[in-house]
Design a protein around this ligand. Structure first.
Ligand SMILES: Cc1ncc(COP(=O)(O)O)c(C=O)c1O
Length: 412
């Protein structure tokens, strides 16, 4: 008798490739069963400004969007995007190396060269792709990447894609970096990868010492300044500028999805051979270029960020006020002093963290809930990112919300 199709299929039951995620499914189900609103399924029904939105039906202050300079609603940024969409259409439908380089892709790269005072700039579709592409293209099989253990996922993925030897060192530990560098075989290609601001705890890297040590040991240096652009350093070029070592950094990686307020990623450099990367970097070549509207908005935003001293000063004031206020309330914070626009509030565990996140949302405050494996040392964090557009009154309102929620949950 002929075997039916369904019998054939059931005979060859596949191994469920999603079974490995069962523990995550169970943890999530347990959390939701406790009646908590899903922290990873928030909907912004309406965005009212860089600091306010209607989230899950409530008027909410945004304190977890990385919109540091509040450029998302800047009139000039929006106007530039609208004009480019009218003139060039909605999308590029092509790679940068084929039909996807429009006037505004060139212009945003010019804006980045002006902003960083560097010779070369290359724009990617996201910051994730910038790290993936640049790191994997620079360091291949037989080369060594020495990186801070708390590096962003896009950095680790870039390392994996390039197949270089990965040598992690303890977070922000200058001696550990030096020890690792000294153990690498002489003559090998070496890339030290650092971040200016580490986004989980909001702490700054000791780039001054680290860049010096990297150079003394014959390594090239890449610094991801995703969380410092537009805010830290005299010209907003980041921590490397602030600590006086930007001229010794070979490659700076950044993103448009934070201070710039749009989407996209980039690498800037003074390396004389930099332009060859456009031909060999797969996450640049084999993907569609960003829409012209995004490029025009980004170029306008970057140029405005060059003249934003007052906003930067206000953002620092907000960061200092929130840090001091949360400490005074008795919360445990990721840094002793405010080092950036990120303030991490350490939660006792995931359950309490999720309860606190929800209590804040009900108060009308959105923060990021971060949990392992994204966080260092298995911590659950409520990550707050301030915006230059938060008013001083909003910061006081936020402190009141933290106080009420913290007491209700029993954290303070
Ligand atoms: C340090 C760091 N690098 C890169 C990225 C990726 O940026 P994008 O959002 O543009 O992909 C992020 C984003 O969270 C980041 O924190």
């Amino acid at each position: 008798m002929a075997t039916s199709m369904s019998e054939t299929l059931s005979a060859a039951e596949p191994v469920d490739l999603l079974a490995k995620f069962d523990p995550i499914i169970q943890t999530r189900e347990a959390l939701l069963a406790a009646g908590v609103e899903d922290p990873f399924n928030l909907v912004m029904e309406q965005v009212l400004s860089p600091t306010r939105a209607i989230c899950n039906g409530r008027d909410t202050i945004l304190l977890g969007t990385y919109n540091y300079m509040g450029m998302t609603f800047d009139d000039d940024v929006i106007a530039a995007g609208k004009a480019a969409m009218e003139d060039f259409g909605a999308g590029t439908t092509g790679s940068r190396v084929l039909n996807g380089t429009f006037r505004d892709h060139r212009d945003v790269e010019a804006a980045l060269r002006e902003f960083y005072a560097m010779d070369h700039a290359m724009v990617f579709s996201t910051g994730y792709q910038a790290n993936l592409g640049i790191i994997s293209t620079l360091a291949g099989k037989g080369d060594y990447i020495i990186l801070d253990i708390d590096s962003h996922a896009s950095i680790y993925d870039g390392c994996a894609m390039g197949k270089a030897e990965v040598v992690p060192f303890k977070h922000n530990d200058v001696e550990a970096l030096e020890k690792r560098l000294k153990r690498i075989p002489e003559g090998a290609g070496k890339l030290v990868v650092l971040e200016g601001v580490y986004s989980m705890m909001g702490d700054v890297a000791p780039l001054k010492e680290m860049v010096r040590i990297a150079k003394e040991n014959g390594a090239m240096v890449l610094v991801d300044e995703a969380h410092s652009m537009g805010f830290i350093g005299e010209h907003g070029r980041g921590v490397a500028e602030d600590q006086g070592v930007i001229d010794d950094v070979d490659f700076i990686i950044g993103t448009f999805s934070k201070s710039v307020g749009t989407v996209g990623g980039f690498c800037v450099s003074n390396h004389p051979k930099f332009e060859v990367l456009r031909l060999v970097c797969r996450p640049y070549v084999f993907t569609a270029a960003l829409p012209p509207s995004v490029m025009a908005s980004s170029a306008t935003s970057i140029r405005k960020l060059m003249h934003n001293g007052n906003k930067r000063a206000h953002l620092w004031e907000n960061s200092r006020t929130l840090h001091a206020g949360l400490r005074a309330l008795g919360f445990q914070l990721g840094t002793e002093t405010p080092q950036s626009a990120i303030i991490a509030v350490i939660m006792p565990d995931l359950e309490k963290g999720a309860m606190m996140w929800e209590a804040l949302l009900k108060e009308g405050l959105y923060v990021n809930l971060a949990r392992p494996p994204a966080t260092p040392a298995g911590m659950t964090l409520l990550r707050c990112s301030l915006c230059a557009e938060h008013s001083s009154e909003q910061v006081q309102t936020i402190l009141g919300m933290f106080e009420r929620a913290g007491k209700a949950i029993g954290i303070i």
